[in-house]
Design a protein around this ligand. Structure first.
Ligand code: PMP
Length: 326
């Protein structure tokens, strides 16, 4: 909780209760609000599932108190799980495809976790396979598996969404979020649709990602620099339920890169590429609502700024588009 009004016993108590801030480039009549997830102790949205999944698995007996979690992760989930594992006396091993940011891997190691790299060309599928192999080799090894663990989406149903609804007195018209595992969007969507079935739910992905396959599209697969969202293998995205989603917005790396720089220069928001993708998509949804192209029960559009650009400075996020390594 981002509070300064009382002393806290553990850093785990600072997970969640992040600020909700207006995106000032959004239309006056249809404001976009972003949840600033870099305020979490591991500086990303994934601290929520790190804490929620480990506490849930320990409570259910799926994880022994002195057990080991082994997770395939692009990085932020590893940091979130490592923060929680350290405080809950659980060991942690992370399997990370090589191309993901070195800062994240350094942070996981600093949090006392072990990092195992898999080849970039094997993608998340290769990392998932290796994590399961390691779990079989290790005594008390468990794979939380964020791509299929219902506790992932439940963390957002139980924390992210209620925080947003409290801040906006329930007046939420649309929820727009990039989907990696889909946990953030699914958990928030479920909460929103229970309260107001007409709430518009919009998924966001980079060009080259294959989420379109869920909507009977025939997407063209390609590489993208936007990090943390999208999929190359929709079969691994077991939490994603297209029935909850009204629209899928696809954004180009070029547009994301420009928005990341605009958010810093104009709005003081030092956020990374998935946040910029969310900002672009949420602003587009807000314009559609303003122009009467979409009808929603309330004006406000809510999105998530998943993590901070500081985590990607070594990849040149603030240099030219060509110099951005992605
Ligand atoms: N942005 C970043 C930077 C992430 O690390 C992730 C998680 N992969 C996401 C967005 C997407 O979140 P989710 O897995 O809940 O869809």
């Amino acid at each position: 909780m981002t509070t300064h009004t009382e002393p806290l016993d553990s850093v785990l108590e600072t997970v969640g209760e992040t600020p909700l801030v207006r995106v000032s480039a959004s239309p006056d009549a249809v404001p976009v609000y972003a949840k600033l997830e870099s305020f979490n102790p591991g500086a990303s949205v994934k601290d929520r599932i790190g804490k929620y999944m480990l506490e849930g698995m320990l409570a259910d007996g799926d994880l022994e108190p002195d057990g080991t979690v082994i997770e395939p992760t692009a990085g932020n989930t590893g940091i979130g799980l490592a923060v929680a594992a350290g405080q809950l006396d659980v060991d942690a091993v992370f399997v990370v495809p090589e191309r993901f940011s070195v800062e994240k891997q350094q942070l996981m190691r600093a949090l006392d976790a072990e990092v195992v790299n898999t080849p970039t060309d094997e993608g998340m599928g290769g990392a998932i396979e290796r994590a399961h192999e390691l779990a079989e080799e290790l005594d008390g090894g468990v794979v939380p598996q964020q791509f299929q663990n219902p506790l992932n989406a439940e963390a957002h149903y139980a924390t992210t969404a209620p925080e947003v609804y409290e801040a906006l007195d329930g007046a939420v018209g649309a929820i727009v979020a990039g989907t990696g595992t889909g946990g953030t969007l699914m958990g928030m969507a479920e909460y929103a649709l229970e309260r107001q079935p007409d709430t518009r739910i919009v998924a966001v992905q980079p060009e080259g990602s294959m989420y379109g396959a869920f909507f009977d599209e025939e997407p063209e697969e390609g590489e993208y620099k936007t990090e943390g969202i999208g999929t190359h293998d929709p079969a691994t995205n077991e939490l994603f339920d297209p029935d909850l989603v009204d629209d899928l917005v696809t954004v180009s790396d070029e547009a994301v890169h420009a928005e990341m720089q605009r958010l810093a220069a104009e709005e003081g928001q030092l956020v990374a590429s998935s946040a910029a993708a969310n900002s672009l998509a949420a602003r587009r949804v807000a314009r559609e609502i303003r122009d009467g192209e979409t009808t929603v029960p309330h004006e406000a559009v809510v999105t998530v700024f998943c993590d901070s650009s500081e985590r990607y400075l070594s990849k040149g996020v603030y240099r030219s588009f060509e110099e951005w390594e992605g």
